[in-house]
Design a protein. Structure first.
Length: 302
């Protein structure tokens, strides 16, 4: 249990140059107006042949002080000292969240990591305020145990998460979660992965009313049990697949907002269901744009 005991238009002409281009420099996040829980139209997949998903209040929740029964834990990454508290511990460049609740994170953590290790029925909500985490030994944000983690990127902030991996067996993603993961909030989040996936969840991954840029050596955005993107501005560059879901419950749903993908393999991949609706999209891939043997529902790019 670790600390708890002491808590991834066919574009063949670009094939030769894509891999060299993808990881050579930075791109600015596209900033576009995003929706709100009141304006977003939610059309869940309910067919018996397809995986079900639902949007909950937690997926839209960006209010740090909304639940007054849950105190906010304030953590400044720039001023951490080795210690163990009831809610978190910091030891050998690793900040570990040990208890459910709301955490306001600010500052820079160089050559360090943020880990979530709580009970498997608990939820952790991280609020990022101009955060930079640069890990040279694994994921910048690693969710080891939890029921659900929400990452809210606070309005008006710019946040960067990057991961490098010393050992091949550790190469998963710069943001990696063993449970459901939601990214929301109107600030800017950039994720860089120099040897692995960008953002990855072993369960469902939801991106809600967010501004997200991902550059990855392998797949950019991956949710094993589904990737759901609502009213977000998402831009990815990768040598693998841009957005991928790959379990017996896989699906990729993009509704509203904008999506730009430049991928060395497929732009989007999911065997059962891929849907892009009411979205301004621009997809480029060396292989298929959309790899899906099941149902495809693709609007024309606006």
């Amino acid at each position: 249990m670790g600390m708890r005991e002491m808590k991834y238009k066919l574009f063949l002409s670009a094939a030769a140059g894509i891999c060299t281009f993808l990881l050579s420099g930075c791109a600015d996040i596209a900033v576009m107006p995003v929706g709100t829980p009141e304006t977003a139209e939610i059309t869940p997949v309910t067919s018996s042949r397809l995986s079900r998903y639902e949007m909950t209040g937690q997926d839209y929740d960006t209010d740090m002080n909304g639940n007054m029964d849950t105190p906010v834990v304030m953590i400044d990454l720039s001023n951490l000292q080795d210690n163990i508290q009831d809610s978190y511990a910091y030891d050998q460049e690793v900040l570990t969240i040990l208890a459910a609740g709301n955490y306001y994170i600010s500052g820079n953590l160089e050559e360090g990591r943020l880990c979530v290790d709580v009970f498997e029925d608990e939820t952790v909500h991280l609020f990022l305020d101009n955060v930079t985490i640069e890990s040279n030994d694994g994921a910048a944000v690693y969710v080891k145990n939890a029921a659900k983690v929400i990452i809210t990127v606070m309005d008006g902030t710019n946040n960067v998460l990057s991961g490098d991996f010393r050992e091949e067996g550790q190469r998963q993603a710069s943001v990696f979660s063993n449970c459901d993961l939601t990214i929301n909030g109107s600030g800017n989040l950039s994720v860089y992965s120099y040897q692995a996936d960008g953002v990855r969840s072993k369960d469902q991954l939801k991106i809600v009313a967010a501004n997200l840029y991902v550059k990855a050596k392998e797949d950019a955005i991956r949710g094993n049990d589904g990737v759901i993107i609502y009213d977000s501005a998402v831009e990815v560059e990768c040598e693998g697949t841009g957005i991928i879901s790959n379990s017996d419950k896989d699906l990729v749903v993009v509704q509203g907002g904008s999506l730009k993908v430049i991928a060395g393999q497929n732009a989007i991949a999911a065997d059962q269901y891929v849907s892009i609706r009411d979205c301004q999209w621009d997809l480029y891939a060396v292989l298929e744009l959309v790899r899906c043997e099941g149902i495809r529902e693709l609007d024309e790019g606006l």
